[in-house]
Design a protein around this ligand. Structure first.
Ligand code: SF4
Length: 362
């Protein structure tokens, strides 16, 4: 069946997107001048930390047609990734012997899956409409993903700065830059109201005002994007979070309605990340790290920063024999970054009034 009416095509796209496992689809012809100015102010304030790429490619970011020539329209989609219940997540976070990994990173890296799905959506669209120019993106190019999705009504920007829907915020965003003559969808009303639970819960007070994040304090930034030593005053606030943080999403009332991942298999948590204690994870060699996290976004962190993050979590946990032993194993590590964090953790456990057994202190 072919279709020559853009309005009819728009409604067919919703059906095709749902069939491919996307929870929602929106169309926008975004105006990005205001978002560009806001980003420039945010960068000038230094809130982006070491993420210098956010200060670059400003012209591309402000005009998706420069990113993919001929772009007149953006199709945004959301792909839910929640692999388990909120109760399960809260139990994991509350167990100081285990490391907490942001739920999006528990399974396979989503980028390839998202691109494949977007490609399938584009193929189906060309069967309905005929050939058109498109390029799929997902967190892979200088695009104002949240702003573009919000302008098309895929959701609204929550005070935690993430895109939020009535079904919550545990989803990935993807886009097709294209030249289809589709009508733009309208933005939806924001429904944060007087709530500010995400600002109040943030362990490091990184949401400095509604809709404004200081990335330098954000645990996701500190554990994933940041390369050097984690600022000491922030370490005790990080608890057992070893890769990212979901606190602002966990507390959000809209996530009580979060839809589970349709692609449950792809986002199924790795057993080792769910079940192994922090002290066990600390025993992985560099080869173990690469092998056990093949296909995971965590692998991009590298073994050195993995150990850095684990050391902070161990220093915030109970002084068990396993914790002492895991730290003792790395006190003479070849990396100064690892040594410094391990020694910080060692001192923290000593301050708790406990001390290692003679074997562990050697
Ligand atoms: S926790 Fe409250 S303020 Fe924050 S994003 Fe959710 S609804 Fe909005």
């Amino acid at each position: 069946m072919t279709c020559s009416d853009p309005v009819a095509l728009r409604s067919l796209l919703t059906r095709e997107a749902a069939d491919l496992g996307f929870s929602a689809l929106s169309v926008s012809r975004p105006q990005l001048a205001q978002a560009s100015a806001q980003l420039a102010r945010w960068v000038a304030a230094g809130h982006h930390g070491e993420m210098d790429y956010l200060a670059k490619n400003t012209a591309l970011r402000a005009d998706p047609a420069q990113l993919w020539p001929g772009t007149t329209c953006l199709i945004s989609v959301s792909l839910p990734y929640l692999p388990q219940s909120l109760l399960h997540m809260e139990a994991n976070l509350a167990n100081p012997a285990r490391g907490y990994v942001a739920r999006y990173a528990l399974g396979q890296d989503y980028h390839r899956l998202m691109r494949r799905r977007l490609e399938a959506l584009a193929q189906r669209t060309s069967l309905l409409w005929g050939p058109f120019s498109y390029r799929p993106f997902s967190d892979s190019a200088p695009l104002f993903e949240v702003e573009i999705a919000a302008q098309g009504g895929l959701g609204w920007r929550g005070k935690h700065t993430l895109l939020l829907q009535r079904q919550g915020s545990f989803f990935f965003l993807g886009e097709l830059c294209c030249d289809l003559p589709l009508p733009a969808d309208s933005p939806v009303t924001a429904h944060c109201g007087r709530c500010q639970a995400c600002l109040d819960i943030c362990p490091t007070a990184a949401i400095i005002a509604p809709y404004e994040l200081d990335a330098r304090r954000c645990i996701a930034y500190l554990t994933i994007e940041h390369f050097g030593p984690i600022p000491e005053p922030l370490r005790p606030l990080m608890g057992n979070r070893i890769y990212g943080c979901d606190d602002c999403q966990l507390v959000c009332p809209w996530n009580r309605f979060a839809s589970p991942a349709v692609s449950a298999l792809a986002f199924a948590p790795r057993k080792t990340l769910q079940e192994d204690a922090l002290a066990q994870l600390m025993t992985w060699t560099s080869a173990d790290f690469s092998e056990r996290l093949a296909g995971s976004p965590i692998r991009r962190l590298g073994h050195e920063r993995w150990l850095r993050n684990l050391a902070v979590a161990l220093g915030n946990g109970p002084p068990t024999a396993a914790a002492w032993s895991a730290l003792a194993h790395h006190r003479e590590h070849s990396s100064a970054l690892v040594r410094e964090h391990v020694n910080w953790a060692w001192q923290r456990l000593l301050l708790s009034g406990n001390s290692p057994s003679p074997n562990e202190s050697e």
